[in-house]
Design a protein around this ligand. Structure first.
Ligand SMILES: Cc1ncc(COP(=O)(O)O)c(C=O)c1O
Length: 400
């Protein structure tokens, strides 16, 4: 792929910046542009109704400089482990601007969330019972319940999807029973709802359909509880494109649509939360690995890189490649003549494939393959320790 105006949201850096970065990094590395992160946060913030709060989903990229950047913008945070709680606190975020989720929260996780003052999202009656036992405050602990909706749309239902069986949340059909059981635990009070039924969704209309469903569930929950909800959490799922020929998510339409959803639901007077991870962090990062060798095996072209699924696992998990381009250090982005290529890594397993795509035919050892959209679900989602290669460098750039 060549770098053009149409690819600026795919690769965080332009060709001169990539050349400069490559010159300083002898091994595989991730590089992130904090200025781009700030700009994306501000753009999304400006397009959403003022009542909607943004909680950055830390799991998409828990890098401290990035979390600090979002904390500096006044973001809330979505955490899912004691480690993520610590990262947010270390980055200057506060526990009272934090939601805490997870389908199997350990004792340590719950303690960390409670100690920080985060809003815990319970995934079932067991969570309620455990919090009832742990909470020592005088007033009941306000918590949100995660509901697994009966209907939901998602591009990648294999990751997070609505409509089917799920490890997450209380099934919508079981909500009445859950509310009845939760009422027996008087040290805990259900005052909020979280629904998250989409992943990497590029269609604003489909996201809004999910949000309408959530408001509908919220209304029913409020009736079942007999008290007003103070927080409705619409989850994440705002998508980014991994292919240049796909349209980007129309965040302006999403913002305007959310405004309409709020107008349609005057009964809800609490706070509305969106928890985007990928949309905020993916376009801020690239992953770069040098070519070690190339080969053709029975008609299939392979390029073997210094880094593989030990640095980038998502293509193997989802079957979706990151956008790639090739760079010759000292020269620049490589030419237009391309051929279908399988990118393989250094690990001793045929599972070690990090993508398939059109790459320049003249790629040679020492060239760099640059993976765009690698600021999310990349560095910390990989099998870093497998085969004991060094962890990739993390380079943080803040031109601002
Ligand atoms: C509870 C919760 N919130 C938010 C997110 C972020 O999702 P995304 O990165 O798709 O916006 C996730 C991702 O798994 C999640 O589990």
């Amino acid at each position: 792929m060549m770098l053009t105006a149409a690819t600026t949201d795919l690769f965080a850096f332009d060709a001169p910046a990539l050349k400069e970065l490559a010159a300083t990094q002898p091994g595989p590395f991730f590089a992130y542009d904090l200025g781009a992160a700030r700009e994306r946060y501000r753009r999304l913030r400006a397009l959403l109704p003022a009542r909607v709060r943004l909680a950055y989903a830390v799991k998409s990229n828990p890098g401290l400089p990035l979390v600090e950047t979002f904390a500096g913008e006044g973001a809330w945070f979505d955490c899912a482990s004691a480690g993520e709680v610590s990262a947010v606190l270390a980055a200057g975020g506060t526990g009272t601007s934090m939601v805490f989720a997870g389908p199997a929260k350990s004792e340590r996780d719950l303690q960390a969330a409670l100690f920080a003052g985060a809003r815990v999202q319970v995934d079932g009656i067991e969570d309620v019972a455990r919090l009832h036992a742990l909470h020592t405050g005088e007033r009941p602990l306000p918590v949100s319940v995660r509901v697994n909706p009966a209907q939901g749309v998602s591009e990648a239902a294999s990751i997070i999807g609505g409509g089917g069986p799920s490890a997450f949340g209380v099934d919508e059909e079981a909500l009445e029973d859950f509310v009845r059981q939760a009422a027996r635990h008087d040290r805990v009070q259900i005052t909020g709802l979280q629904v998250f039924a989409a992943s990497n969704e590029l269609d604003a209309g489909r996201l809004l359909a999910n949000h309408r469903t959530t408001l509908g569930i919220g209304r029913r929950l409020q009736e079942l509880l007999g008290r007003e909800l103070d927080l409705l959490d619409l989850g994440g799922g705002l998508g980014v494109r991994y292919e240049v020929d796909r349209p980007s998510l129309d965040v302006r339409a999403l913002g305007a649509g959310l405004g309409r959803v709020l107008e349609e639901n005057p009964w809800f007077t609490g706070e509305l939360l969106l928890e985007p991870g990928r949309w905020l962090s993916a376009p801020t990062g690239v992953y770069c690995a040098h070519v070690v060798r190339t080969k053709v095996s029975r008609g299939e072209r392979f390029v073997m890189l210094e880094g593989g699924i030990n640095h980038l696992l998502r293509p193997l998990l989802t079957g979706q490649s990151f956008p790639t381009l090739a760079l010759r250090p000292g020269v620049g982005v490589l030419g237009r003549e391309t051929a279908l290529t399988t990118l393989a890594g250094p690990l001793c397993t045929s599972l070690d494939r990090v993508g398939t795509g059109d790459l320049p035919v003249d790629l040679q050892p020492g060239d760099l393959v640059v993976f765009g959209q690698a600021g999310a679900y990349a560095s910390t989602q990989a099998m870093t320790h497998f085969l004991s290669h060094p962890a990739p460098e993390q380079v943080w750039v803040d031109a601002g």
